[in-house]
Design a protein around this ligand. Structure first.
Ligand code: 5GP
Length: 127
């Protein structure tokens, strides 16, 4: 794996408390906070605290504890925002963009959890 992590990316600065965030949950290995530019009534980002660029970097190099913690936090956020269909929520979408084609803007792994309105089809077909 040949990823170079940029310590000056915006989420790295959030983790160092150099810029503020609206925290939803924090654990030893992970942080979740509200997206600054929400696309739905609920839009939460979940990030690992370790220096991972994207999902495949994280899964390839993170410890089992980090991976479990990250996934558990995603599950906890879904419950906190009341989005789980099993608990009367109307559902949600999890997105993690990577690289140029994935249109990743911030080069620190993050999962978007989006809910609170009908989201329509995931990706529109090419015309
Ligand atoms: P990406 O396009 O990389 O998947 O998503 C980056 C996300 O980070 C965007 O949804 C954007 O609104 C969010 N974002 C960018 N800068 C900040 C910030 O300083 N604080 C917060 N809370 N979110 C940010």
């Amino acid at each position: 794996m040949d990823y170079q992590y940029d310590n000056e990316n915006i989420f790295s600065k959030i983790l160092r408390r150099e810029i503020p965030n609206e925290t939803v949950l924090e654990t030893k290995h992970s942080l979740s906070f509200k997206d600054i530019n929400p696309v739905a009534p609920n839009h939460v980002l979940v990030i690992p605290k370790g220096p991972y660029v994207n999902f495949d970097h994280f899964i390839s190099e993170a410890s089992s504890d980090e991976i479990l913690d990250f996934n558990s936090m995603i599950n906890d956020v879904i419950k906190i925002i009341g989005a789980a269909p099993s608990t009367d929520g109307f559902g949600y979408r999890i997105i993690s963009n990577a690289g140029d084609h994935g249109f990743q803007e911030v080069p620190h792994l993050h999962v978007h959890i989006i809910s609170g309105r009908f989201l329509g089809p995931m990706v529109l077909p090419e015309k």
